[in-house]
Design a protein around this ligand. Structure first.
Ligand SMILES: [Zn+2]
Ligand SMILES: [Zn+2]
Length: 313
């Protein structure tokens, strides 16, 4: 059955809000000011922008933010890595005062410190960091993984899906987010508006948005819009004719080329046929699967990632 505590983001109360949760300004190595950055995203259909300059929390008090936009304070912090890999990049959201990551005895100290201050932490672009499971698995009490980072495309390392899957398979279930990690101005068209996170939040307030993220009420996208997700009981007949209880997952989406159902056991793949785009896909969950996550690919190769649905047997 579906593991207790799982909430389906596609039927949760509230509405979808589009967010970029990883943003740089001239306060660190970004090329545009905070005000300009906020204006760019407000004018391009975003509801939420998290400011995550390196090492420090950029003050938001002088900002004239457009009414329609929620601007979240935060930082990208870089504690040293005691496990042999490169320095960590931690996206810290809801943080109003930075912690000195360089002085931390261990990266866990930073994660726990951000949590204690009411914030939350995601592991940024692990594939770009060349992080192996041995770098990622020891970290606990973070909120999840940045599955796609548009800026890291410049190194061919934007897509961290494999790192996320390793964590899901070997450590535990956790949500993912996708972000621009923008440094350039929007007019440069290099690292803006290429990846975003849809958050199902009750209201456009920091409390409501962070609460929704903590509950995994979000999905990640570079293009496809996931419109619905249902998980229903389903009975299969085995060879001897007796019924096996499982589940049927159904997803509805904007026109897609492929839908993948990815699991810790064998998954499923549905393809568009006869030139007709997919707008829905179904999958019967294999008995014993701990989770199924869904990946949608459109005709331009752009992906969307739905967080794992957990099962117990
Ligand atoms: Zn980074
Ligand atoms: Zn960054």
């Amino acid at each position: 059955m579906i593991a207790s505590g799982w909430k389906n983001p596609f039927v949760a109360s509230g509405r979808w809000r589009r967010a970029n949760l990883h943003t740089h300004t001239t306060a660190s190595d970004g090329k545009v000011s905070l005000q300009e950055r906020v204006n760019e995203y407000a004018q391009n259909g975003y509801d939420i922008l998290a400011i995550t300059d390196h090492h420090a929390v950029t003050p938001l008090d002088k900002l004239h933010d457009p009414d329609s936009m929620l601007v979240l304070p935060g930082a990208e912090l870089h504690p040293a890595n005691p496990y042999g890999g490169s320095t960590y990049h931690l996206i810290c959201l809801g943080l109003t005062q930075a912690l000195d990551a360089k002085r931390a005895a261990h990266p866990q100290e930073i994660i726990d410190g951000v949590n204690a201050r009411g914030g939350m932490v995601y592991l940024a672009h692990p594939y770009w960091c060349r992080h192996a499971l041995s770098d990622l698995a020891p970290l606990a009490r973070h909120a999840g993984v940045e599955v796609y980072n548009y800026n890291c495309d410049c190194d061919g390392r934007a897509d961290s899906t494999a790192s996320w899957d390793e964590l899901l398979n070997r450590v535990g279930l956790m949500p993912a987010i996708a972000n621009d990690d923008c440094h350039d101005a929007a007019v440069a068209r290099t690292d803006t508006f290429g990846a975003w996170t849809w958050i199902r939040a009750e209201s456009l307030t920091a409390t409501s948005v962070l609460e929704a993220l903590r509950a995994g009420l979000n999905y990640s996208s570079c293009g496809p819009e996931v419109k619905g997700l249902t998980v229903e009981d389903h009975a299969l007949k085995n060879a001897s004719g007796s019924a096996l209880k499982t589940h049927r997952i159904r997803v509805t989406t904007s026109p897609a080329r492929e839908v993948f159902f990815v699991s810790d056991v064998s998954g499923g793949h549905v393809q568009a046929r006869g030139g007709r785009p997919l707008e829905e896909a179904e999958y019967i969950v294999r008995q014993g699967a701990r989770y199924v996550r869904i990946e949608v690919v459109d005709f331009d190769g752009r992906k969307a990632w739905v967080n794992p649905v957990p099962f117990t047997w």
